[in-house]
Design a binder for this molecule. Sequence first.
Ligand code: ZN
Length: 187
Amino acid sequence: MYPGEPRRADVAPYNGHKSFQVTMKILQMLTLRGPNYWSIRRHRLIVLRLDLQDWDERYTDELPGFYEALVELLPSLEEHFCSPGCRGGFLQRLREGTLLGHVVEHVALELQTLAGMPVHFGRTRETRTRGVYNVVYEYQYERAGRYAGRAAVRICQDLARGDAIPNGNWLPTWRNCGNSNRPLPWD
Ligand SMILES: [Zn+2]
């Protein structure tokens, strides 16, 4: 048990990703630009209110192939310390089993980092509404941060369902965003 993560409930056994058709839903995306409830030092935060829908109570260790696919897509997640406080900490949490809201937080941070905007702070907390989480993460450039959040939800959703990520070549393009003259995807 880690802070903010609910106890595992008795849910029906996982019976194949294709039976999960209801997609996660972003209920709200707030951009914070000043002192806030989540952090004393970090003022630039995005709060994504995320409804996991069918994916609530589904932990990453129960999703076949999810860990492998995510690490293949974003190997640099190895650098995320997360609650264990050491290199590989987040990957450890993924293997032990964590909820997808928490994964969205780390993917949103990593996408920005890869695009030349390194960010590290994030928190994911349950709300009073079952299945709804506040996914909080840092940004440097507002539009890129919001874009990264939407992309992270999409990526986690697709990988959890066992779907391939469309346009597998987007990652190198993304990586070069910071120093190319092409229009940025979030502009
Ligand atoms: Zn974490």
